[in-house]
Design a protein around this ligand. Structure first.
Ligand SMILES: *Cc1c(COP(=O)(O)O)cnc(C)c1O
Length: 396
């Protein structure tokens, strides 16, 4: 794969090294014109006819298939809409019903809080003695047992990049009759995922991180073919109905993955995502993974050599790490702000983690080398130790 070519497809502000594509992917150059066209030619000129004529109604499943290729999903088993938190709720609610006699949802303490909050909310609403149990990430395998209904995990830890073995955990869960829900927020577009090969049950993820769909881009949901006809959608909105335009008073779930749709799709966001999926259509995920590991390894070696005060927070073995690298430092927040002021964009996650994403579609060795040099200079010269870098903003 020619990554210089993909880099040229993104708008990257002059002088900026963007190591935050794991949090909000950058703008593909084709996106603005694509969205403008949807606004003027479709919304503007077609108005309501756009639902049929411009294919707006089919967008969630058409785009679902484009994403499905990246995550090893069977065709026709991924759809889009809503935000990831909503999709977590939806997948979990359906998964619980597949194991009606069990009471425990197992997750880990490295999970993204929203996933845990959504699970807590659902447990509270269902009120039939369900319990959310969390264990340390490394204890998940040993904590699987026959009282667990659903294992709900995020494959790659948002803070450290630590990666669960999806195939092994799914198999161990199935051997005990446990249904799995995988969150691919930091996996989709970051590394090869093989949902079908892992025999996964449910999966969800977002499209504004590695997939470059833009802020507010819709989330996706996958349901395994063997479950789809028996999966009951808890969020039974009209667009998941078998015949939305029959306007029946009773809900009847649509046949396939359509049933996981809820309401009106965000058409403009879908247009933006479609433009970015044009880039992803040609990406070989194995080549991308190889390059992501190579870039991450250069970064770790360079930072450890130049900044001995920073302590690696990510797994050292690249095979158990996603596409991000994090370091601990008690003054990590101020250091990250000083770094951002010099055009190297990473982010900070409480309590002390400086996080950097490696996204080969637009980051190359030159960028990684510059980022190391600038970080080393900031620490060596103590430039970070100034009041303006210690002021906490709302979004870190
Ligand atoms: C980014 C992320 C979210 C965010 O959810 P939204 O509803 O899209 O805001 C949820 N879960 C995980 C694991 C994430 O990484």
């Amino acid at each position: 794969m020619d990554f210089a070519k993909t880099k040229a497809l993104f708008h990257l502000p002059e002088g900026m090294i963007y190591l935050d594509g794991n949090s909000l992917g950058p703008l593909p150059k084709a996106t603005a014109a694509r969205v403008a066209k949807t606004v003027t030619d479709e919304w503007g000129d077609m108005l309501i006819a756009g639902w049929n004529k411009a294919g707006w109604m089919a967008q969630p499943t058409a785009l679902g298939d484009r994403i499905g290729r990246l995550i090893g999903a069977e065709a026709g088993h991924v759809t889009l809409g809503d935000t990831l938190s909503i999709k977590v709720y939806q997948a979990l609610a359906s998964a619980i019903e597949l194991n009606p006699d069990r009471k425990v949802i197992l997750s880990d303490t490295g999970n993204f809080p929203s996933d845990l909050y959504m699970a807590e909310g659902l447990v509270g609403s269902l009120g039939r003695g369900l319990e959310l149990r969390t264990v340390a990430p490394e204890d998940v395998m040993a904590s699987l047992s026959k009282d667990i209904a659903v294992l709900m995990l995020t494959q790659v830890d948002y803070r450290t990049g630590r990666m669960h073995d999806m195939a092994a955990l799914t198999k161990a869960a199935h051997d005990l009759g446990i249904v799995t829900v995988w969150d691919l927020a930091h996996s989709a577009g970051a590394l090869p995922v093989d949902l079908s090969g892992c025999n996964a049950d449910f999966a969800v993820g977002c499209t504004y991180k590695y997939l470059n769909g833009g802020p507010g881009a819709p989330a996706f949901i996958y349901v395994a073919p063997r479950h789809i006809s028996t999966t009951r959608p808890a969020l039974s909105g009209w667009l998941g109905h078998a015949a939305p335009f029959a306007f029946d008073l009773d809900y009847r779930a649509g046949t396939g993955i359509e049933r996981m749709r809820v309401g009106t799709p965000p058409v403009l966001q879908m247009a933006a995502l479609d433009a970015s999926m044009d880039i992803w259509a040609d990406v070989d995920m194995h080549a991308l993974r190889e390059r992501s590991i190579a870039l991450s390894e250069i970064f770790i070696a360079g930072v450890e050599a130049a900044c001995p005060d920073l302590r690696l927070a990510s797994p050292r073995d690249p095979n158990t790490r996603g596409s991000q690298v994090s370091f601990h430092h008690p003054d990590g927040y101020a250091m990250m702000q000083a770094l951002i002021a010099q055009g190297v964009i990473g982010d900070f996650r409480a309590p002390d983690i400086m996080r950097f994403g490696f996204t080969p579609l637009f980051i190359d060795e030159g960028d990684v080398g510059h980022a190391i040099d600038i970080l080393a200079a900031i620490i060596r010269d103590g430039t970070w130790d100034q009041p303006q870098f210690k002021q906490r903003a709302a979004v870190t």
